[in-house]
Design a protein around this ligand. Sequence first.
Ligand code: PLP
Length: 455
Amino acid sequence: MTLDAADLTRLDRAHIIHPYLPGSATERVVMTSGSGCRLTDTEGRGYLDATGGLWLAQVGHGRTELADVAHEQMKKLEYFTSFWEFSNERAIELAARLASIAPDPLNHVYFTSGGSEGNEAAIKMARYHHHRRGESSRTWILARSKAYHGIGYGGGSATGFPLYHEGFAPMMPHVSHLTPPWPYRSELYGDRPLSPEQVTDFLIRELEERIAEIGARNIAAMIGEPIMGVGGMLVPPADYWPRVREVLDRHGILLIFDEVVTAYGRVGEWFAAQYFGVTPDIIVTAKGITSGYVPLGALLVGDHVAEVLLRDHGFPMGYTYNGHPVATAVATANLDIIEKEGLLARATSLGAFLHGELQAQLGELPIVGEIRSVGMMLAVELVQDRATRAPLPLDPDRMPHDVIRRETGVIVRDSAHSLVLSPPLVMTEAEAKEAASALRSVLERTEPSGEIRAA
Ligand code: PLP
């Protein structure tokens, strides 16, 4: 069956339930191919992918060497049998590799097929770890507003947006949300602006109070994205994570870093834990582990946690696809590319270049409140007034990121009131300039009312 572009749009509308897309939406962009940072749709239109797929295409699109690895592995062994008592070469190689790049003592790996599965496993692991140590009362999970931890009931409950909870109740009990670290939005912390250190003081005080309220002996773990992605690339003050770690340690509470977005080079290190100089007890990863070529996730687990989980009958939670041979083979090849092409260092240098371009092209626009970045995670905060920092009103039918894509072919995402960029780490400087110019071409026509004037 050969389907033309119109057929594909019609059949897509007839048969596919897309997340977050109303059935009434008529527009479909059906992608057919990709190479580097470029994508092409069925109409032959080209795009510049400044979001790295969904924040994961570290090595870029169209890497035939990864396709070859998948092909070879599928021919040799596509799947085996349960990961309970059987194993496979590719999963073992990858686990050892992950242990070698993770901060010590995170030497144990639990595989999943993605980030949501990973957070379910991490939350269960934290509770189960305490249970097995004889502290079954430790069931509470501390999280933050504006956090995104996927769509399971555990991670979804830890997610801190009402949108993800509405209509799905009851969510998992025993989850408590704290205030997120976001120095730009000082109104979160009272009615006067605070320095980043004062923001941390506020948040640490809140954390201590919350622990006292719930009772340390009832809390299993705190989960957090080191830099909050869906929340809008929110970068905490430098002392935030070290001080959180110190408080949690004092109370025997585990720290879970959800690094589904931040791991594997995105912030210029293998893990954001290394960027912040903090060692969590569990790191949840996915996305960039394979650059999206096949679905895979991996939890990196501290020796002290693993030792408890592995006692007696072991950790009673398994997925059909734990340690999938094809996915783990592709992941190892993907990490090889990141290493061979120096993409960790490139994330830092190119991120600084892209930040500079955004600053130069957008910095003076009245609706741009702040440009922030760590490595190749960047955000442009949109405001109606730079002095009051009031968020730019947005028209859901004419969002800046949609207009940018339609007019320029550059793909960026919206996140709350910011535009976020997380391009492949292989983006060229010319492409970085192109992305910044595309943003400028639309944002310079955007009024403080949110209206975007015609070109
Ligand atoms: N955690 C974070 C921080 C994420 O950004 C995401 C997805 O964007 C997830 C978890 C969920 O991952 P997945 O979509 O692979 O289930």
